[in-house]
Design a binder for this molecule. Sequence first.
Ligand code: GLA
Length: 745
Amino acid sequence: MRKGKIMIIYHESSKTFHLYNNEISYIMCVLPNGHLGNLYFGKRIHDREDFSHLLEMKQRPMTACVYEGNRKFSLEHLKLEYPVYGSSDYRYPAVEILQENGSRISDFTYVSYTIAAGKPKLQGLPATYTEKDEEAQTLCVKLKDEVTGIVLELLYTIFTQRGIITRSARFTNEGTSSVHLLNAMSLSLDLPDKDYVWMQFSGAWSRERHVKERRLEQGIQSVGSIRGNSSHEHNPFIVLRRPSATENAGEVMGFSLIYSGNHRMQAEVDTHDTTRITVGINPQNFDWKLDCGESFQTPEAVVVFSDKGLNGMSQTFHKLYQKRLARGYWRDRPRPILNNNWEATYFDFTEDRLVEIAAKAKECGVELFVLDDGWFGARSNDYAGLGDWVANRERLPQGIKGIADRIEEMGMKFGLWFEPEMVNKDSDLYRAHPDWILQTPQRHSCHGRNQYVLDFSRKEVVDCIYEMMYKILSEAKVSYIKWDMNRSITECCSAALPADRQGEVFHRYILGVYDLYERLNTAFPQILFESCASGGGRFDPGILYYAPQGWTSDDTDAAERVKIQYGTSMCYPVSSMGSHVSVVPNHQLNRKTPLHTRANVAYFGTFGYELDLNKLSDEEISEVKQQITFMKEYRELIQFGTFYRLKSPFEGNETVWMTVSEDKKTALVFWYRERNVVNADFTRVRLQGLDPDLIYRNEYNETENYGDELMNLGLLTTDCTAGEPTSEDQPCTDYESRIYVLTAK
Ligand code: GLA
């Protein structure tokens, strides 16, 4: 087996590419008709000069064949890297190009390749990156459709560490007439069988990213969004796991799209039980006109292979997205503990009231006070003000600078909420520019939460919002921004584009969002951005490139949050999950959960409070102070340690997850039980990732155990009170939770 730095090999005699590292192999070849075919993707295998025996060309009934006199060569039965429809492959394609003569057939044949160290940037799009060239290699395979003159460059990056391949496609029109790209996937991958469980991370507002799974079967299984945002409903992330794979063992592949707009993640199992995965911009409503000389770059897709189960896959995504997708000042820094005023006051506040909330937070140890919605324009409810990013002087007589200074003087940082992409009709911005919203001529415009979506496909619109934000941020000391987005797009049409370019608006809109983020990141590199879209409606890797954390969900109920954070952890690192303690009864569903459980759940994220601490009892305040002390001590471990899921809330009454420090000397185990059980079973949880030879002190159980004992025999989690009658004045122990701190001696 070849070892060393070379990761991409090209065998000229067989026209075969082999991308590999210690974990994976990805093998492709140029097929007899010049198309690029896939031969293998999975665990690392030996390199060979020739893998063409894997091309199974067999004569089959009802097959359309490419060459006269040859009844074996059909694209339908080959594994293809970037398939087209209409020339013998009947599966769903990666690309569809509408040409001047009405044809949608294309024929991309191999031209050349280049291999480069590192990874190139994608123009205007978020993507994973390298800091040193040795971290990755990138293969660019150039293909061309001779009839249209369209050049297709397929980019493949393999990272030195872990089982990661990133892919994207770039089209350049070198022909003599315009074409329309109607479908341009970021990734298409044909797998030789269908023996997988499909996992998706779906739900709704306040129920984001619940784990849902089913066996793959002949036909199409797909999730996606055509809302303009990646959505609460379906995250741009799917997993295929072997049915026997578990959290800690077995083969798993995860597919993720670094994109915040309309997406589609699809598996098609064909008639011979092979599986085609396609990942990319949702072709519904997509129509990109490519004039002569123009290029189109697709977003980047990431595929991770793990033979160490779901945890192995998740840990790979966590490290990649934490260290080589997120950027900037806050990437590696523990996140400040914050207090947000939204659920404390909603729109009903004055400057003094805010300072009162902040003062109590400061007393408890909070580091950042965040002023949410309602500080600008005529925003006293959700009918007015969006678009007017100037302080409301009735509420904030000294403007943002005034309140920011008061917070800073208290020794805290100050953060501010914006919803840059939106406008209310009752606003100065809309009155001045009614044509700046996305709207279709002669059609009624739908609202969402009484607001309309600004046409971010237009540079002058983005410029105007940038200038308003820039002014506020350069006049006042703002250390954090919560960037919200509270509705999806309807009547998607831009007044600035001609009819034959209206199919570009959804994508151009997202490019505008990325552009504004990039400009603000550049102008204010130390501001910590937290993304939000009515909670987790745009919690995706695209946004993580600009905002290293996101508000995971509007649902702050601890019991609901366990599920949301569990599902979210399949792809996203703990450091990216905004999570706060809020009041009881909870504002989303009126449930009461104990204060310690609310904190135990919120620790596994960025941590903060979404309430007015003045309203808590003295006893509760002393608990809050302890929570903050605890989080300050352990946040680095929690946010940047190695995270393992141990028991799923989707499978039973108990949830367990843990995090381990890099040196394996400290671990925190989170245990949660939904409902109390009378006379319950004896329970143990087998831990992961510890050093088998170290002895760990467990304060909660008052025990000392070797790591191998905790990993093989398990941590005893039996609830000692189970079965004992509770007296009337004892609280019900539903929603009970614990944190076990394990420290090596
Ligand atoms: C959205 C967010 C909330 C809050 C409100 C303010 O719903 O998810 O956290 O910021 O907007 O209007």
